[in-house]
Write a new protein. Structure first.
Length: 680
C-alpha cells in the first residue's frame, strides 16, 4: 500500500513545465485526459459553427483567434484538430522564414500536414482526401480507376472543366498518390520540392512548383477539389517569429495579403485560423491595411478561466497519482487546495499556464520530508527552494531534442530558406558578429544564403545551404555563387549540401568543382545530428518569441533563451557549428571523404548512448525535482535513452552519490521505496 504522501515524494511533479508547450498539433500528441472540456468550450462551439458553414456553402472564412500568452491558443488548436478531424482536414502552419516565400511555405506545411495519419485511421489525410472524391452514383473513383491514369485525368478534367491550374500534371500526380512506389515523390512534388530529372520524369511532370504563383495555384486546386470531400483548416500559429518588415516589426501584412488573395480569387473550402498573441495584434494591426482586416469574418478573444476550471485543470494532472494512492486522497486536488487558488487569484480569474505554474510550485512544497527523515535535514537540499533555471533548461532541451529526433528523419524535410533560418538563429544565439541574410545576388536564391564574420578569420564568410536535388536549379545556384565571388560579396564561401552534386557532365558540377574543391571555398556535408540540434533550438525560439516557453518558474523571452543556450553550452555539440569554427573563431574544414549518400546512411545508424549525456540528464532531473523516487528516476531516464541499460543508470546514480551531488535516502530500503534528493 502506497500512501499519497509517499507518492508525492516519489513521483515527477505532474505540473512540470516541460509539458506546458503544445506546439505543432501533428507533432505533439496531446493527452486527452488532461483536457478540461469546459475551458473555452464556447470558443470551440463558435469555431464548429464556422466550420459547418464552410462545409455547407464551400466559401472560405477567416477567424482571428487572439489570446494572452498562456491563455491556451496552441492547445486549443490541437483540441480542435482532435475533435473535428473527422469533419475537416487540418494543417498546422508555423512561422515562415521569408515573406516572399509565404505561399510556398503555406503549401509545403499544408501538404506536410495532409501526410499525417489522423487518430483512428490507417491512411494519411491526403489519401483520405483523395478517396473522398466520388464518381457518379456514389462509386469510389479511386477504386474504379486505379491504374487507369489517363482515364483518371480525363474524368477529373471533365468534372472540373475550369479553374484547375495545370490540370494534366496535377491530376496525374493525384493518381500517382495511389501508387505506393510513387506516393513519396508525388507528395514531395506537391510540397514544392525541386525534384531531380528522374523523379520528375517518373511523375510525368516538366517542372517543380518553384514560384509563389505556382504554389498559390496548387493550393487553389486543393481547395477546389476539397468541395467534394471536406474543408481544409489552415492554422497559422506562432506568428511572433515570422520575418520582419523594413520598419523592424513582424510582417503581418504578408499573411493578410495571402488571406485577401484567397478570398478575392475565391480559393474555396478553407477555414483559415490566425492564432496570435493579443499584445502582438495590438502592436501590429495598424500596420495591416484596413481592406485586408475587413477580410476577417470573425474575431474571437480567449478569455481567462474561472477557479472551478482551474481546479479541474489541477485535478486532471493529479488524477494518475491519486489512482495509485491508498487510502484515496481526501479531495481530487490534494495536496493542493481551493484556498491556494483564491489566495493567488483573488479576482477569481486566471490563465491555464498560471494555474499550472502555481500547481508546480505548491506540489514541490508538498515534497517536504516527513519528520521521521529529519536526520537528513542538514544534508539534503531544500526541496522548496527555487528551481535551478539552467538545470530546468537542460532537461527541457533533452526532451525537445528527443522529440526532434523522432520527427525529423531527413535533411530535405526542410526547405532551403528554413535551413538557413535555423542556422542564422543558432549563430545569433552564440553572438556571432556581422550576420547578414541574403548574400547571393540572385533574387530566387538569396534566401538560401547568409554571411558573417569570425574574429580569427579575415573577411566576410558566406554560407549557402540547399538540399534541392534538381540539378538545373543547382546550376543556377552555382552561377549565383560565382557571381557573388566576382562581386566580392564575401572572401570565403561554404556550400552546405548532402544531396547529389551531379557529375562532370553537368554544368553545375563544373562550376562547383571550380569553386568548392580548392581553397578557401569548401563544401561541407551536413549530418542529421546537426539538423536535430538546429531544429530543436528553432522550436524553442518560436516558443520564446510567442511567449509560450516555460523554463521552471520563468517564461524567458528570446534574449533570455539565448543566454540560457550560451550558459548550457549545448550547441557546442552541434557538429556543423563546430566545423564552421563558431567556437574556435576560425573554420575547421576536414577533407570530405565518401559520398553524401554514404555519409547520411552512416548517420542514421543507431548510436550507443552517451554516458555523459545520461549522467547530465539524471542530475538535471533531480535538480528540477529536488526529491523523487529512485525507481521513478531510473524509469524516466530509460524512457529518454531507450538504448541504455538499467545497470548503466544505476552506476551513474552511484557516481553522482560518490561525487556528493545527490543522496539516496535510506539505501537499505527496497529500490521502489528509496528516495533520491539533492545534496547541499
Amino acid at each position: 500500500m502506497t500512501t499519497i504522501y509517499e507518492l508525492i515524494q516519489q513521483q515527477i511533479n505532474p505540473f512540470d513545465s516541460t509539458t506546458f508547450r503544445p506546439g505543432n498539433f501533428w507533432q505533439e500528441q496531446q493527452d486527452q485526459s488532461l483536457t478540461v472540456a469546459s475551458i473555452h468550450q464556447d470558443v470551440v462551439g463558435e469555431i464548429a459553427s464556422l466550420l459547418h458553414q464552410v462545409a455547407k456553402d464551400n466559401r472560405t472564412r477567416t477567424l482571428l483567434l487572439a489570446g494572452d500568452s498562456g491563455a491556451g491558443k496552441s492547445y486549443l488548436l490541437g483540441r480542435l484538430k482532435q475533435q473535428f478531424n473527422s469533419k475537416a482536414f487540418f494543417s498546422y502552419i508555423g512561422p515562415w522564414p521569408e515573406s516572399d516565400y509565404i505561399w510556398r511555405h503555406t503549401l509545403r506545411n499544408t501538404v506536410d500536414s495532409l501526410m499525417y495519419i489522423p487518430a483512428g485511421q490507417t491512411q494519411s489525410q491526403l489519401l483520405l482526401w483523395l478517396h473522398g472524391l466520388e464518381a457518379d452514383r456514389g462509386q469510389s473513383l479511386i477504386k474504379k480507376l486505379i491504374g487507369e491514369r489517363q482515364f483518371f485525368i480525363r474524368h477529373l478534367k471533365n468534372a472540373y472543366p475550369s479553374g484547375i491550374y495545370n490540370p494534366n500534371e496535377f491530376f496525374g500526380v493525384l493518381h500517382d498518390l495511389t501508387n505506393p512506389e510513387l506516393y513519396p515523390i508525388a507528395c514531395e512534388w506537391l510540397k514544392g520540392d525541386h525534384l531531380d530529372t528522374a523523379n520528375l520524369k517518373a511523375l510525368r511532370v516538366k517542372h517543380p512548383i518553384d514560384s509563389e504563383t505556382a504554389a498559390r495555384q496548387i493550393l487553389s486546386n486543393l481547395g477546389r477539389i476539397a468541395a467534394a470531400t471536406q474543408p481544409i483548416v489552415l492554422c497559422f500559429d506562432n506568428l511572433d517569429n515570422i520575418d520582419r518588415a523594413l520598419d523592424g516589426f513582424i510582417n503581418l501584412q504578408a499573411l493578410f495579403n495571402l488571406n485577401s488573395i484567397i478570398h478575392n480569387q475565391k480559393l474555396n473550402n478553407f477555414l483559415i485560423i490566425i492564432s496570435i498573441v493579443t499584445n502582438t495584434w495590438k502592436q501590429n494591426y495598424k500596420r495591416v491595411q484596413a481592406a485586408d482586416i475587413a477580410r476577417i469574418d470573425a474575431e474571437i478573444r480567449l478569455q481567462p478561466i474561472n477557479l472551478d476550471q482551474a481546479e479541474a485543470l489541477w485535478a486532471s494532472r493529479l488524477h494518475p497519482i491519486h489512482q495509485k494512492a491508498e487510502p484515496k486522497p481526501p479531495t481530487p486536488i490534494y495536496p493542493l487546495s481551493r484556498h491556494h487558488l483564491e489566495a493567488q487569484f483573488p479576482g477569481g480569474k486566471t490563465r491555464p499556464r498560471y494555474t499550472l505554474m502555481l500547481g508546480r510550485k505548491l506540489f514541490q512544497e508538498a515534497k517536504n520530508l516527513s519528520p521521521d527523515d529529519a536526520i537528513y535535514t542538514d544534508i539534503y537540499a531544500d526541496v522548496t527552494a527555487a528551481p535551478d533555471p539552467l538545470a530546468a533548461f537542460e532537461l527541457l532541451w533533452s526532451q525537445e531534442y528527443k522529440k526532434t529526433q523522432t520527427k525529423v528523419d531527413r535533411l530535405r524535410q526542410f526547405s532551403a530558406p528554413e535551413l538557413v533560418q535555423m542556422l542564422r538563429e543558432a549563430l545569433e544565439s552564440l553572438q556571432v558578429i556581422g550576420i547578414q541574410t541574403k548574400l547571393l545576388p540572385s533574387p530566387k536564391y538569396a534566401s538560401y544564403s547568409l554571411s558573417y564574420h569570425l574574429p580569427a578569420q579575415l573577411g566576410r564568410i558566406g554560407v549557402i545551404w540547399t538540399e534541392d536535388p534538381n540539378l538545373v536549379g543547382f546550376f543556377h545556384l552555382m552561377k549565383a555563387c560565382e557571381k557573388s565571388l566576382q562581386l566580392n560579396l564575401c572572401q570565403t564561401l561554404y556550400l552546405i549540401r548532402g544531396e547529389s552534386l551531379g557529375t562532370h557532365k553537368n554544368q553545375g558540377n563544373k562550376i562547383y568543382s571550380d569553386i568548392f574543391t580548392g581553397y578557401p571555398h569548401r563544401h561541407i556535408i551536413p549530418d542529421m545530428t546537426s539538423l536535430h540540434y538546429l531544429a530543436t533550438y528553432h522550436n524553442l525560439v518560436n516558443a520564446a518569441c510567442a511567449g509560450e516557453l516555460v523554463v521552471a518558474d520563468q517564461t524567458p523571452n528570446l534574449k533570455q533563451l539565448q543566454e540560457l543556450i550560451r550558459q548550457s553550452k549545448l550547441l557546442e555539440s552541434c557538429p556543423i557549428l563546430d566545423t564552421l569554427g563558431i567556437f574556435t573563431g576560425y573554420t575547421r574544414i576536414i577533407g570530405v571523404s565518401g559520398t553524401p549518400q554514404k555519409q547520411l546512411a552512416a548517420d542514421r545508424e543507431v548510436k550507443k548512448p552517451e554516458l555523459k549525456q545520461i549522467k547530465d540528464y539524471l542530475l538535471a532531473l533531480v535538480k528540477t525535482q529536488k526529491m523523487m523516487g529512485r525507481y521513478i528516476l531510473t524509469q524516466h531516464t530509460l524512457d529518454q535513452f531507450p538504448d541504455a541499460h538499467e545497470y548503466q543508470i544505476n552506476e551513474l546514480i552511484f557516481q553522482l552519490c560518490h561525487e556528493r551531488q545527490i543522496l539516496i535516502i535510506d539505501d537499505t530500503a527496497p529500490v521502489e521505496s528509496q528516495l533520491v534528493c539533492m545534496v547541499k
